[in-house]
Design a protein around this ligand. Structure first.
Ligand code: CA
Ligand code: CA
Ligand code: CA
Length: 283
């Protein structure tokens, strides 16, 4: 590793990675309210904590209340600064042991990119199934996946032309959106709740912003390749998760196309060599 990259890693560790360039990133190394999220609802004092760069939400029943009235917490954050983005993504990595029978009740885990207009992308996520709703007038999309493992959800939007949903690197739904997004006072809400079954949900990260150009090395689309980009490049190089792997001859997944300099879908040491050549170290 070059001295410049060694320095870059140190910079990233200090910065902790927040809003920069055209990307926002919550890496779940502190509680949401400590990083600018707004508490929307907290019912019956559930336990929440941070461990190993992950945000835990333990949802239990509420003493004195019969189900369905378990604990719940929801947070929100504006997407206002991204209105007009032509190539927008939201990506989050989540694990929950919550039961799928909770989904009709808006539990066990929820993620929504919503607005005051007609365009919403709303998810209820259980251990082995997720429900994806864009509009109550449109068909519900159900997604199945292996239980109680971290899963990577990624939604890409191109203006009014296309939305595409990936789970663990595989396209599970796509089509023409009802309009461009982010638009009409957009925001992201996240949270967890227990209605009839208790659960623990673990968030690893939540990110959104302009989709970086393929093979650019510039994750945050700010026209340089620096330590901030390296944080995400290194993740792509060393990834080992369901359907998304770093290293030679592995598909590194849609979130890592920016790191694939030679356009062969993997992120390996050949890509790393190119990243080092392109590294500018600017801020
Ligand atoms: Ca994390
Ligand atoms: Ca950059
Ligand atoms: Ca490659």
């Amino acid at each position: 590793m070059s001295a410049r990259l060694g320095i870059a890693i140190a910079i990233v560790l200090v910065l902790g990675v927040r809003t920069f360039g055209a990307v926002y990133s919550y890496e779940c190394d502190s509680l949401p309210e400590e990083t600018g999220w707004t508490l929307l609802e907290r019912w019956c004092e559930p336990e929440e904590w941070i461990a190993d760069g992950r945000f835990y939400q333990r949802m239990q029943f509420c003493p004195g209340y019969d189900p369905p009235a378990g604990q719940a917490v929801f947070y929100g954050r504006s997407l206002g600064s991204f209105v007009g983005s032509e190539r927008f993504f939201v990506e989050w990595r989540i694990q929950t042991d919550g039961h799928r029978s909770e989904i009709p009740f808006g539990a066990p885990a929820v993620f929504s990119a919503w607005s005051s207009g007609s365009v919403d992308y709303r998810f209820a996520i259980a251990s082995d199934q997720a429900r994806f709703v864009r509009d109550n007038r449109l068909p519900i999309v159900w997604v199945e996946f292996p239980p109680i493992a971290p899963h990577t959800f990624r939604l890409e939007m191109s203006g009014s032309d296309l939305y595409r949903l990936y789970v663990d690197g595989v396209v599970v739904d796509s089509g023409t959106p009802e309009g461009p997004y982010p638009s009409s006072t957009p925001a992201v809400n996240i949270g967890a709740a227990a209605q009839f079954v208790e659960s623990t949900t673990i968030w690893d990260y939540i990110r959104w912003g302009d989709i970086p150009f393929d093979g650019s090395g510039d994750f945050d689309s700010d026209d340089d390749i620096d330590g901030r980009d390296f944080y995400f490049f290194h993740e792509c190089l060393s990834n080992h998760r369901l359907g998304i792997n770093g290293g030679p001859d592995q598909d590194a997944g849609p979130g890592c196309r920016f790191a694939d300099f030679d356009d062969d879908t993997d992120v390996d040491l050949l890509d790393f060599a190119e990243f080092q050549l392109m590294f500018t170290g600017g801020e």
